[in-house]
Design a binder for this molecule. Structure first.
Ligand code: NDP
Ligand code: OXD
Length: 307
């Protein structure tokens, strides 16, 4: 028996998973059933206590790469294994998003679009990519491929992770003691960190101050990584020239939020990367089948570490 959330985003996944796992009983969270018989919970953003009411759970599946939504449930039994849902589509879409927005900032596309709106022939000059240092925070599934993509485009690419990493074409820094060295000279900063106690608010005034004046930032990880008022102040002062934001403290971003109309901010609605229902259901079904048979899967998160 597995339970899935009743949110509209995943309702369409239930039918697919029933077909993929015909021997299992799969039900939305809202349906009444015997909590003792439930073995797996497939969730995106469970409400507090949603998961704790099943005493015999073997694992929780996060319908996503991040597990911060799952860990936000204060009553979640901390020892439960959490399976992430990741795959080639997720990595590919993120590579595309990062390449698109790094190139936009690199070639100063927002400036050119503004010149066009004024019917001005303004041939803005930019350095070639090998003279532009771009930095990727987080070198996991998504960050490592995004960094390799940027290196492949010719950028002077640096990356930052918790532990030392070796990625071809990318100069890797690790640990908080090397954060400043990673930031120094980085003109376009891409955030692909998981949201944890350590990484919350990492995009703040102090971090911005360590970048060269006029740097750009791209946040495609989680809203609470960014201190919103620090970004607005850094844009006002010119310390940060442009920002592309895909994720926000409150999603959907409220219509009255100043980010929507800010001339130096590009807002995208948490679409940097995603797995569609067909592929996602197949990945989840395969992970559940493997976990049931072996007691583990490759994409197991670490609840203590927070990702
Ligand atoms: P992974 O868990 O595979 O990788 C996380 C990376 O962050 C690792 O390299 C890890 O270091 C590093 N890291 C973690 N904590 C720290 C720290 N304190 N200091 C420095 N580095 C740290 O995650 P994914 O690449 O799969 O995904 C990253 C995030 O992207 C997700 O958690 C999610 O929030 C977001 N996301 C956003 C999407 C969107 O559409 N906007 C879509 C999918 C995900 P180490 O290698 O040493 O472990
Ligand atoms: C994820 C996301 O974590 O879509 O997968 O943000």
């Amino acid at each position: 028996m597995i339970y899935t959330p009743s949110e509209p985003i995943v309702a369409s996944w239930v039918e697919r998973m029933r077909k993929l796992l015909p021997d299992w009983s799969i039900n939305p969270l809202t349906e009444e059933d015997d909590p003792e018989s439930v073995r797996y919970a497939v969730v995106w953003r469970p409400r507090t206590g949603d998961i704790a009411r099943f005493p015999n759970l073997k694992a929780v599946v996060s319908i996503g790469a991040g597990i911060d939504h799952v860990l936000a449930d204060a009553e979640l039994p901390r020892k439960l294994p959490i399976i992430r849902t990741v795959g080639a589509d997720l990595t590919q879409f993120m590579r595309e998003y990062v390449a698109l927005h790094v190139l936009r900032h690199h070639r100063n596309r927002p400036y050119q679009a503004a010149a066009q709106a004024r019917a001005e022939w303004d041939a803005v000059e930019v350095p070639p990519a090998p003279q532009r240092r771009v930095g990727v925070m987080g070198l996991g599934n998504l960050g490592s491929f995004a960094a390799q993509t940027l290196a492949g485009l010719g950028f002077r690419t640096v990356g930052w992770a918790r532990r030392p990493r070796d990625i071809e074409g990318v100069t890797c820094y690790s640990g908080s003691e090397n954060f400043d060295a990673f930031l120094e000279g980085t003109e376009i900063l891409v955030n692909l960190l998981p949201l944890t106690d350590e990484t919350k608010n990492v995009l703040n005034a102090e971090t911005f101050g360590k970048l060269p004046k006029g740097a750009c930032i791209i946040n495609a990880a989680r809203g609470p990584h960014l201190v919103e008022e620090d970004l607005l102040a850094a844009l006002d002062s010119g310390q940060i020239a442009q920002a592309t934001l895909d994720v926000f403290n409150v999603e959907p971003l409220p219509p009255e939020h100043p980010f929507w109309k800010h001339p130096a901010i590009t807002v995208t609605p948490h679409i940097a990367s995603r797995i569609d229902a067909g592929t996602g259901s197949r990945i989840i079904a395969a992970n559940l089948d493997t976990f049931e048979k072996t007691g583990t899967v490759e994409d197991l998160a670490d609840a203590v570490r927070g990702y």
